[in-house]
Ligand binder design. Structure first.
Ligand code: PLP
Length: 425
């Protein structure tokens, strides 16, 4: 990994480094298993005393190239790619928590993550306390318990678009002796580098801007290698692991202890592996991340400014509008723009919002975000519908809100499309 390359160069050059005679473009290792020289070689791989690929559920050369590229982009010590963003979030927590443990999370998070935390983790015996991320530091610290194992948030909350106060979250994590896990999906490393602001573990739904073309569901966990696991709270990382003849992750792998344990225990046992083909496509998408993110951000700011002038719009939420609540934190933590998601309120009830959505021709109604095409959605009745009324409002999914995931088409055509749709209501 070259430390001196700028992000755009890393997007293209990191991960796959072919030797003479090998394919210049990352090949797809569409294989389940690998050939071994002798039983001793295989035994060493099983014992983790030698590095190498053993079985694609645990690692694969194509997926490894993607992992190495992402570790370079986030300046981490290692990464594990998995089958979805949801798997990435789940594994990032299960690698720290057992039944009886607890985490603290911002409430301004993706609805699917909220459900995972609020319902499924609870069933596994892991309790989550949700907080308003704008709450005072001292108030949040009061919620930290003996069994609290992490604090969690999203760089740009989906769909509230609040910008997380990294400084505060990092200070809480440090004081409590727990890692700060950040979902950097909406920002990507082009817009925000969580490591520069005190995060310890980064997760992404690579389904979104990383792939960027909506071809592959995927997720990744990146270990930033900057947490001391030997502080008495994380026995799983420090004490002998029975399933590896008493291996101690912290002793053996030091700053890469967390990510090694995640791969060799959780990926091995739960099997939520990214397919090599999805790794290939995601890697291909990442090669243009820096170009796409700039265009997404420029288009979003232009559309946000235009929407503000429209009489049928009651409000517009984009962090880089100068009257936005998060304008200051956006300028503090984001660079090169504020990504391609914006929300706005349409005057009238949901029926009017529906008419507007039906009037769009270029932008389509789709349950995803973060690819080259422009999309709209009404989170209140779709992505957030399983939440209670109170939870929906708390997470920012209000009834009049329309979320736009702006593509990288020409902005004049996007504005024309929105203008035509406003004529339909
Ligand atoms: N994190 C964020 C911020 C998301 O927006 C999403 C999905 O929309 C996820 C995680 C879950 O990712 P996936 O759909 O890849 O499981």
């Amino acid at each position: 990994m070259s430390k001196n390359w700028k992000l755009g160069t890393k997007c293209i050059q990191e991960g796959y480094k072919p030797k003479a005679g090998e394919p210049r473009i990352l090949p797809i290792a569409q294989t389940v298993s690998y050939k071994f020289e002798d039983p001793e070689h295989l035994a060493n791989l099983f014992n983790l005393s030698e590095a190498g690929h053993l079985y694609t559920r645990i690692s694969n050369p194509t997926t490894e190239a993607l992992e190495n590229k992402y570790a370079a982009l986030e300046e981490g010590v290692g990464a594990v790619a998995v089958s979805s963003g949801q798997s990435a979030i789940l594994l990032s927590i299960l690698n720290l928590c057992n039944a009886g443990d607890h985490i603290v999370s911002s409430i301004n998070i993706y609805g699917g993550t909220f459900n995972l935390f609020n319902v499924t983790l609870k069933k596994l015996g892991i309790e989550v306390t949700f907080i308003d991320p704008d709450e005072e530091k001292e108030e949040i610290l009061k919620l930290i318990r003996e069994n609290t194992k992490a604090i969690y948030g999203e760089t740009i909350g989906n769909p509230s678009l609040n910008i997380l106060d990294f400084e505060k979250f990092a200070a809480i994590a440090e004081e409590a002796g727990i890692p700060f896990i950040i979902d950097n999906t909406l920002a990507t490393p082009y817009i925000c580098k969580p490591k520069e602001h005190g995060a310890n573990i980064v997760v992404h739904s690579t389904t979104k801007y990383s792939d960027g073309h909506a071809t592959s569901i995927g997720g990744i966990i990146i270990d930033l290698g900057n947490f001391n696991w030997d502080n008495g709270k994380f026995q799983g990382l420090v004490e002998p692991d029975e399933s590896y003849h008493g291996l101690k992750y912290w002793n053996t792998f030091k700053e890469a202890a967390y990510i090694t344990k995640l791969r060799v225990t959780l990926l091995r046992d739960l099997g939520c592996t990214m397919s090599p083909f999805n790794a290939f496509l995601t890697n291909l998408g990442l090669e243009t991340l820096h170009l796409r993110m700039q265009r997404h951000s420029d288009n979003a700011l232009a559309l946000a400014r235009w929407l503000k002038e429209q009489s049928k719009v009651s409000w517009v939420n984009y962090p880089l509008l100068n009257d936005n609540k998060h304008y200051e934190s956006a300028n503090k933590y984001l660079k090169n723009g504020a990504s391609g998601i914006l929300t706005f309120g349409i005057k009238g009830d949901f029926k009017i919002a529906e008419k507007f959505i039906k009037g769009l021709k270029l932008a389509s109604l789709v349950v995803t975000l973060g690819d080259v095409r422009t999309y709209v959605i009404h989170p209140y009745s779709t992505t957030h519908r399983q939440l209670s009324e109170e939870e929906k409002l708390k997470s920012g999914a209000t009834p009049e809100l329309i979320r736009v995931s702006i593509g990288i088409e020409d902005i004049e055509d996007i504005i024309y499309d929105f203008n035509e749709a406003f004529q339909c209501i």
